[in-house]
Design a protein around this ligand. Structure first.
Ligand code: GLN
Length: 455
């Protein structure tokens, strides 16, 4: 069954698959799936689970920010009703009893949507585009590492053991055999993804030891953000079944490159479906340049959504092991040293690849943030700087180099708050600042190593 089904088909779909249980899912700010499990019968009879809106002000460690700002923006823990999106209904292919997993939208009992929900933040940006007669198209690429299981957080992660019984010890970019080391795992991953109608395009080996990348077929941003969320869950589960972990941390190992979530973006005319990023003569259009101008102007301010953790900025630091992680918001044709790569393509596929986001980011928020920056460029008719020809590495880091300064930039950018939602931005800032404080309370091995007997 296609994921683009209509609500009345839900009953039929449940019946065809003999569904007995439903997992009602909502992505929190981090991308962690929160929700409730229900018997299918109750669900089909109209039973709708409720959750408090505080799931959207929860930190990754399960705490809540404790400051004035958050109390102002979230004065009560209000109940929300979870409403299924009939286009986001998937099987749980690994479940013993036939189980559905359904992505839900959140509404207050008074009927208004909950502005704090990442999926809603993306929806409101898409509505702005729809009001102008434009349909954004996105193709995400997600990198990840397979690693040995690791149950003691004090120990660094290690590459897993493949079919040969060995660990990778050198760069194996694009090697088919290095992917096949994990054949049984990937066979199962493909089976699961097929059962869930996740539209994977390609799988490749990336630069790092045990690092892979999957590309998704381009399409509707909301549908693709749902798919990335479901893919992450599916892969983590598959890896566990094969005695490994799959991790989407942005920089899981100090001596290996980080993992990104690149997103290719184009814009269609909603009426006739033509790509408005190309002119009639096939050349990149004025709109394309304004979109790029918006990305250049506003991406530094939206970094906390693309690089949401302390760990995310370790990926973006230029070192011998940083690989091709970008450190700037320059653009260029067919150039992987810039943050905004414009691939050589036929006019109908004219697009920009935003290479800034880490694999650790929430896909709803990455797409919302990037499209919001482009939208501001379109509205303000911003012009980009001239394209970068050749290497952009030497220009220095043009992006915030840590989550703290990144949060300050987001705080100071009113145009982004107007688009993404004032209440969302303030809650997000409070949650991220609380996480940053919690991180600072941990004394690291570096401090014990270098400061213990020297200062
Ligand atoms: N294929 C690539 O471009 C590698 C990207 C790199 N791993 C990053 O983190 O950005």
């Amino acid at each position: 069954m296609s994921n683009r089904q209509e609500q009345p088909l839900l009953n039929d779909w449940f019946q065809n698959h003999g569904i007995t249980e439903v997992e009602c899912l909502v992505s929190d700010l981090t991308g962690i799936l929160k929700g409730k499990i229900m018997p299918a019968g109750k669900y089909l009879n109209g039973g709708r689970p409720r959750l408090p809106d505080s799931i959207f002000i929860q930190t990754v460690t399960g705490g809540y920010p404790d400051d004035e700002d958050i109390r102002f923006w979230n004065p009560a823990e209000r109940d929300m009703e979870l409403v299924p999106d009939a286009n986001a209904v998937y099987l749980v292919p690994w479940a013993e009893d036939p189980t559905a997993q359904i992505i839900h939208d959140c509404f207050y009992l008074t009927g208004e949507p909950v502005e704090l929900a990442p999926r809603y933040v993306l929806k409101r940006v898409l509505e702005l585009y729809a009001a102008r007669g434009w349909t954004p198209v996105i193709a995400p690429e997600v990198e990840f590492y397979l690693v040995k299981t690791n149950t003691d957080s004090d120990y660094p992660l290690e590459p897993p053991i493949g079919r040969t019984g060995r660990q990778e010890s050198s760069r194996q970019s694009f090697s088919i055999d290095a992917v096949n080391e994990f054949d049984p795992l990937f066979e199962e991953m493909y089976d699961y993804c097929e059962a869930m109608n996740l539209d994977l395009d390609t799988l490749i080996h990336e630069e790092g030891a045990g690092q892979m990348e999957v590309n998704f077929q381009h399409g509707d941003p909301l549908c693709l953000a749902d798919q990335v969320v479901m893919f992450k869950r599916t892969l983590r589960e598959t890896a566990l079944r094969h005695g490994m972990y799959a991790t989407f941390m942005a920089k899981p190992m100090a001596n290996e490159p980080g993992s990104s979530m690149h997103i290719h973006q184009s814009l269609l005319d909603a009426k006739d479906g033509h790509n408005v990023f190309a002119d009639a003569d096939g050349r990149p259009s004025k709109l394309f340049h304004h979109f790029l101008g918006g990305l250049q102007r506003y991406l530094p301010s939206v970094m906390p959504l693309l690089a949401p953790n302390v760990n995310s900025y370790r990926r973006l630091m230029r070192t011998e092991t940083s690989g091709s992680a970008p450190i700037n918001v320059e653009w260029g044709m067919d150039n992987r040293t810039v943050g905004l790569r414009v691939p050589v393509s036929p006019p109908e596929a004219t697009r920009v690849e935003n290479r800034l986001a880490g694999a650790d980011a929430n896909p709803y928020l990455v797409m919302a943030a990037s499209l919001a920056c482009g939208y501001l460029g379109l509205m303000g008719r911003l012009e980009p700087r001239p394209p970068m020809v050749g290497s952009a590495w030497s220009g220095g880091n043009k992006l915030p180099d840590d989550i703290g300064p990144a949060l300050d930039l987001l705080h100071d950018c009113q145009p982004l708050a107007d688009i993404l939602g004032e209440r969302f931005i303030h809650s997000y800032l409070a949650v991220k600042r609380a996480e940053h404080r919690a991180y600072f309370q941990v004394i690291s091995s570096w401090e014990r190593e270098h400061l213990l007997l020297r200062v």
